[in-house]
Design a protein around this ligand. Structure first.
Ligand code: NAD
Length: 349
């Protein structure tokens, strides 16, 4: 299963396979040059082991870049668990996962991601201390990372709107794809800032509740990327920016929480060609891992907040450099992150 990627630039790939608990998946450690490799644990349906492995690798490399640019002393990794097809004991599964994390002896630090929640991380914590995203205790950082992710996206969008559209959010319309944990909180922040909202979600109840609270317009999930709006905020799953969606897009700025928004390397160039500014996803959505890192390091919420508020100025630097060089912002951000990781690796050598 791992032959295809071993020998590439991944430090460690661990197969998870424990039929008794239903645990099946992979932990992909991309880099520990900056510190223990940190990244969430995703529980999702995958058609094959190869599909799970490919997703884990893509996400783990993204985590290395995200952590490096957020200034965190952590490398990048991701765990991807295949959702069992039949009934399963959730606590048993996460205990088994916790043992797998423990066996890595601190090289990997886990937390929640799509399909996992605070309670799952509490169960993982019965087996290993290398876990965050647990209930906050004693005034320290902790808990659901989603509000921190939403705050970071909001800061990124505020700065990018001024830079790319020369406007304040109160003058703009934002199309939000996905009104879940992050998208829902982002909608509230945007509404409080005076932005108009257009919403789409696969879950009509969630979407309708938010639309009623914020007086938002609703569109079909198939139409949200091309909605009449100034900003498109992908807050569902990845891969939404492809040739088709970019060609149809009316917004002139993309900034959202979803990981891996670019469907392929050509998407960044297509956005540039169409004059659509793009805030690299892992720069905008670093708030969650910043809070996870603060929890793991025993810091308080104010430490996390200070790092999340630094996302806005970082976005300004990236967009300005991209404009100067005529490059896609994602390429500028990748280069910056690669430089940070390479310098740390040189110092350690
Ligand atoms: P979530 O599961 O709570 O919300 C996702 C929402 O998107 C759900 O309401 C779902 O119904 C909806 N959705 C799914 N497919 C859709 C589609 N095609 N069109 C419209 N809506 C669709 O997840 P979340 O925690 O809010 O995370 C959202 C995204 O942000 C994910 O890509 C996640 O990886 C990323 N992210 C989240 C965090 C965090 O702290 N939660 C941190 C970094 C990145």
């Amino acid at each position: 299963m791992f032959e295809a990627v071993n020998g590439t630039n991944f430090e460690e790939l661990v197969r998870l396979d424990e039929p008794r608990s239903g645990l099946s998946g992979v932990i992909a450690i991309h880099s520990t040059a900056l510190g223990p490799a940190a990244g969430g644990c995703r529980l999702w349906q995958y058609p094959s082991d190869d599909a799970a492995l490919a997703d884990a690798c893509r996400l783990a490399e993204g985590m290395s870049y995200k952590n490096a640019l957020a200034g965190l002393p952590f490398g990048g990794a991701k765990a991807v668990l295949r959702l069992p097809e039949g009934p399963f004991d959730r606590d048993e599964l996460f205990r088994a996962f916790g043992r797998a994390v423990r066996a890595l002896d601190g090289r990997y630090v886990t937390a929640e991601d799509v399909g996992t929640r605070v309670r799952d991380m509490e169960v993982v914590g019965e087996e290993t201390r290398h876990v965050a995203g647990r209930t906050a205790r004693g005034g320290l950082a902790g808990g659901d990372p989603s509000p921190w992710t939403a705050l970071g996206v909001f800061e990124a969008m505020t700065v990018a709107a001024r830079h790319a559209l020369g406007a304040d959010l109160s003058e703009l319309t934002v199309a939000v794809q996905g009104t879940g944990n992050v998208g829902g909180i982002l909608c509230r922040m945007l509404a409080d800032a005076g932005a108009r909202l257009v919403l789409a979600d696969m879950d009509p109840a969630r979407r309708d509740r938010l639309a009623a609270i914020h007086g938002a317009r609703i569109v079909d999930v198939a139409d949200i990327a091309a909605a009449e709006a100034d900003i498109f905020a992908p807050c569902a799953l990845g891969g939404v920016l492809d040739a088709q969606s970019i060609a149809a897009m009316r917004a002139k700025l993309v900034c959202g929480a979803a990981n891996n928004q670019l469907a392929g390397p050509e998407a960044a160039a297509l956005l540039l060609e169409r004059g659509i500014a793009y805030v690299p996803d892992y720069v905008a959505n670093a708030g969650g891992i910043i809070n996870v890192a603060a929890e793991y390091l025993g810091e308080g919420p104010l430490d996390a907040e200070a790092r999340v508020m630094a996302i806005g100025p970082r976005v300004a630097t990236i967009l300005a450099q991209a404009a100067r060089e005529g490059q896609p912002p994602s390429r500028v951000a990748d280069r910056m992150a690669q430089d940070v990781i390479a310098s740390a690796a040189r110092l350690a050598a």
